[in-house]
Structures are given as structure tokens and as C-alpha cells.
Ligand binder design. Sequence first.
Ligand SMILES: NC(=O)C1=CN([C@@H]2O[C@H](COP(=O)(O)OP(=O)(O)OC[C@H]3O[C@@H](n4cnc5c(N)ncnc54)[C@H](O)[C@@H]3O)[C@@H](O)[C@H]2O)C=CC1
Ligand SMILES: O=C(O)CCC(=O)C(=O)O
Length: 448
Amino acid sequence: MSKASEYLESVQKLIEQRDPNQPEFLEAVTNFFTTIKPVLEKHPEYVESNLLGRLTEPERAFQFRVPWVDDQGQVQVNRAFRVQFNSAIGPYKGGLRFHPTVNLSIIKFLGFEQIFKNSLTGLPIGGGKGGSDFNPKGKSDGEVMRFTQSFMTELQKHIGPDLDVPAGDIGVGGREIGYLYGQYKRLNGSQNGILTGKGLSYGGSLARTEATGFGLLYYVDAMLKDHGQTLNNKKVKVSGAGNVAIYAVQKAAELGATVLTVSDSNGFVYDENGIDYKVVQQIKEVERGRIKDYADRVKTATYHEGSVWDFDVDYDLALPCATQNEIDAKQAKLVVKDGAQLVAAGANMPSTPEAVKVFRDANLLYGPAKAANAGGVAVSALEMSQNSARLSWTFEDVDQRLQKIMQNIYQESADAAKEYGVEGDYLAGANIAGFLKVADAMMAQGIV
Ligand SMILES: NC(=O)C1=CN([C@@H]2O[C@H](COP(=O)(O)OP(=O)(O)OC[C@H]3O[C@@H](n4cnc5c(N)ncnc54)[C@H](O)[C@@H]3O)[C@@H](O)[C@H]2O)C=CC1
Ligand SMILES: O=C(O)CCC(=O)C(=O)O
């Protein structure tokens, strides 16, 4: 066994022993380790300085209590986390997730992925992530506000515009960011560089709302063009119906594709004439309803219970935009059978390792999350730049920068894969390109 293989195995073993109850974190690390050996062979100094041992251990991770009072006057207590994973190339940056499944394993997997994603954007941002097991579904605005105020009362002690800049993720959208920002400002005075995804009237950036979904399509467009194709007339399956999915649907349609589906955790809607993103936006973002309502409003659409990935229909592109591990191996086989030629991840780690293997074995074009969904955090970093400079760029300006960033991410991943002997493997390419910059910065900064 080569020295690099031995080293990877020993670090992996140590993590498994230390964190046996963190399956999502282990999945993310394993996924990364399976592609990184060629880099270690070229850079023995990374092995000698135990770079991966340091990289896989968060610089800081903390858990805190969030007490709040519900509409019935009952005191509720939620658990919250912030993982400040790696600051080698800039302040910790990454979203906050409010969802009942949130635990340390999920926040660590998301924070670990964020390190390389943020590096791929080419902007100076480190990796972090946070959240709580609070479930915003079915809560009143007053309850959400009291919860977020209590959450920020603790979190504000540990963040800062040059230290750690949170944003949204599942369950944290414009409403939550507004309440979080209001509470931060109340406790610290005005500082609009403390969060991104802010409203436009108080320091937000144009195009941040659209950025992850639009960015995903810019990445897919770059990948298809490199293979002599375009999005025109492509049939697309999208999962999810939240921030990422809505704007992925919009941009896919603008680029000439037909989006057949969107989904939530109960079921999905199918319309062969194409999903109308404005209707999804109204139902999910304004009314906070269920996707089932779509079929009541658009007569050509049908609603189906269950996972969209079990639905058998021919299509060209699969864009999972809901949540982690939403596609298993059996469903991945159906993706291949249904004729899809490309899978690109809008959600973080949406495919199980077995599903990823199915895609790779079938030679599908596979765009991993850390590359394909980096548009959101990229525009967050542009929001930080605008806040520091006290400027507001136009929508077109931000959108053009986003397009360029996504094209660069595709190209750098493709180039890295080629350079390290795995041409066409965009998962390996993204891992390698994202890792090299962070590794270089860590080596330059000594054993820290
Ligand atoms: N918002 C952002 O800027 C970014 C989000 N992401 C990732 O994209 C994914 C979606 O995030 P957002 O759209 O922001 O969240 P969101 O809270 O706006 O929407 C999530 C959507 O997925 C649906 N969903 C949740 N679990 C599901 C399941 N098991 N099956 C089908 N649908 C399900 C929900 O009903 C909701 O419509 C997450 O993995 C997130 O980490 C990644 C990069 C940036
Ligand atoms: O905009 C951000 O800072 C974070 C976005 C995010 O959480 C992600 O990329 O998964």
C-alpha cells in the first residue's frame, strides 16, 4: 500500500473511532478521501504535516440552548450549533439550517463541504455552518421571531464580520435573516456585514435570493457546452420547492429547458408542459403552503405522493435541490434507466455514496454539490464586499459576476481532474481544486 493510501486509511479510522455517531459527517469525509489520493502522492508534505488530520477536525464547534415562549405561553427549548470549521482562507462562512433533523453530524458534514465549496468560488471565505432542531413549519411569525431572537442572543457572542458570517439554508430565508439581523443590531449596534441574504433595504445584495438556483444552471450550462450541447429543449427533473429549486426552475426555463417536476417532503407535482416557478414561489415562499396546492392551481399538473426519484418518466437532466441523501442507489438506477445524461446537485450531498457510484459507473456527467451549488455562497461573499465598500451593485452586475464564477468553477474542476489523471471526473476535480487552495494556505500558516 502506498504511503498516501496508508495515511488516508489511518485518518479515516481515527475519525470513525472518534465520531462513530456522525454518519453524515463520515459520509462527507469518505466521499472526499476517495478522490484526494493523487494530490497526496504529489505533495508528501501534506502527509508529513498531518494536513488531513487537521482539516477534518473543526477549529471550533459549539452547542447552545435556545429557550423561547410559544403562542400558548409554554416555554420551549431547542438545541443549536455553530461549527467554525476552517478559516485558512478567510472568515468562516456558511448558512444556518432550522430543521427538526439538525444535529452535530449534519452541521459538521455541511461545514466540511463548505470549506471546499467556498474555496472553489475563488473568494476569500472559510468554511462554517450552523443551525438548530427548531422546526419553523406550522409556527406563527411571532414564534419564529421569538425563537430567532433567542438564537441570536447566544450566537452573536461568537460571530463578527471578519470572524464568522452566517446566512440562510433550509428553513432560514428572508424572514428569519431579518429577525436575526434585527436582534444582532439591537445587541451590538449597526453592522450589516454580520449576515448575508439580508433584505435589499438593509444591506442585502441583488441576486442573492436567486443565486444558488441560477448558479446551478450556469454550472450545468458550462458543463453541457463543454460536451457540445445546450440546455435548449432539455427535459429536467427538479426536486425540492424551496429557495434553490424555485430559481433553478426559473433559470432552466429561461435557458430553453422544460422542468417537469418540483417536490416537497410529502410529494411532487408533474407537468409535461413545464413548471411555472412563480406559482411555486407564491405557494412556498408567500403562503408557506404545500406543493400539493400547485396541482389545484395549474390544471395540466398532477400531484403524486412520495419521492420524485421513484417516478418513472423520460428526461435528460436531474437536479436534486431538496436535501441530503434524497437519492439512494435504487433511485439512481432509475435516473439512469430514464435516460438522464447529467446529474448536478443543487442540494448538499443529495445522493448517497451508493447512488453516486451508480452515476459514475454509468458515465453520467456528475456535478457535485460543492461545485454546482456554490453560487449562493459566492453571491454572499459579493454581498460582504458590497457591505464593506458601502456600495450596491445592480442585478446585472452581480448576475454577470455569478456567471463568471460558475464558469470558472466548472473549468477549474475540469482542469484539476485532467491534471491529476482523472479527466471527466468532476467530483474528483472539484474536491482537488477546492482542497489545493486551502491546503496551500494551511501549509503557509504553520501548524495551527
Ligand atoms: N439556500 C441556499 O443558498 C443554499 C442551499 N443549499 C442546499 O440546498 C438544499 C435546499 O435548500 P433551500 O432551498 O435553501 O431550503 P428551503 O428551506 O428553501 O427549501 C427546501 C425544500 O426542500 C423540500 N424538502 C425537504 N426535505 C425534502 C424531502 N425529503 N423530499 C423532498 N423535498 C424535501 C422542502 O419542502 C422545501 O421545499 C439544501 O440541501 C441546502 O443545504 C446549498 C447551497 C446554498
Ligand atoms: O450564503 C452562504 O453563506 C451559505 C450558503 C450555504 O449554506 C451553502 O452554500 O450551503
